[in-house]
Design a protein. Structure first.
Length: 289
């Protein structure tokens, strides 16, 4: 049995309820009001936490990438879009206050050291390392220095790269998330048995960060032993934005959490028994008793 990690008032690990993260990410489209609506969705459906993304745009992206032509409601370049999607101190103050009011944890994927320090002022219960950042040793060390639990996404990464990241981070406060970084992911890209591989190779909780359409892979991930599940959420999958198509609306999120909660009961304890409700059926149908 892999060891457990405490995040806020929740325990993540084998024998405990699956920890569900609603990834708001950048689906707020630069609007705090829209972010609050998604926080409401997460609370109403029973999520344990909501997650955002934080970047120092001029650090994470090159000048050439920021200057690339890309039309959006914020302007005509990729830089206009990235800056328009980035919340600052005022917006995160509102988010922090709202999440406390709604009694739900929030944290963020921090893509650079400055963003880690920015988010740290809100004393988050944990940090998330995005798949794109898994090979950034300096960022990993900086996040580890905060002393909080860490979720590590593993999309786009080899086992060698993942093991190197784990060597830096240590397993004491780590939750490793199986992930495929395609949006949305196809069925032949899920490879959910990697969850079992991770459980054999690492002594920490293992989770699943999904970008698929629908909910079945996320539920199957829990059947295979995932201790945490992270899914992007949205108010409307037809909203503009690169992550919307790989996100769940309210109904989908509700059904996913409902089904995840049923998994332990459905799996049972593995001991074959005759249930009391079967006894009348035996009397009715079995010729030889």
């Amino acid at each position: 049995m892999n060891k457990c990690v405490k995040v806020g008032d929740k325990i993540i690990g084998d024998g405990h309820p699956c920890f569900v993260i609603a990834e708001i990410g950048i689906n707020h489209n630069g609007s705090v009001d829209l972010a609050k609506k998604m926080i409401d969705i997460a609370v109403a459906t029973g999520c344990d936490a909501v997650k955002f993304q934080k970047r120092t745009v001029d650090v994470v992206y090159s000048k050439e990438e920021l200057a690339r032509e890309r039309k959006s409601v914020f302007g005509n370049t990729n830089g206009d879009l990235k800056r328009g999607l980035e919340f600052g101190h005022k917006e995160y103050q509102q988010i922090d206050k709202y999440c406390k009011k709604k009694n739900i944890m929030w944290f963020a994927s921090c893509w650079d050291e400055g963003s880690v320090d920015f988010i740290s002022q809100f004393d988050p219960p944990c940090y998330k390392i995005a798949s794109a950042s898994l090979t950034d040793d300096n960022l990993l060390k900086h996040i580890k220095s905060k002393g909080k639990p860490i979720f590590l996404s593993t999309g786009m990464s080899t086992m060698k790269q993942i093991k190197h990241a784990v060597e830096i981070l240590g397993e004491k406060k780590l939750i490793i998330m199986h992930c495929t970084s395609t949006y949305p992911s196809n069925s032949d890209e899920m490879n959910l048995r990697v969850i079992e591989t991770f459980k054999k190779n690492f002594n920490c909780p293992i989770g699943y960060s999904g970008h698929e359409r629908g909910i079945s892979p996320s539920v199957i991930a829990v059947v295979l032993g995932a201790n945490a599940v992270e899914r992007h959420i949205t108010t409307d999958r037809t909203n503009w934005g690169s992550d919307q198509a790989a996100s769940l609306e309210t109904a989908g999120l509700y059904h996913m959490i409902r089904d995840i909660k049923q998994v332990p009961m459905l799996l049972g304890n593995g001991k074959k028994v005759v249930y009391p409700r079967e006894l009348p059926i035996i009397d009715k149908l079995r010729r030889v008793k």
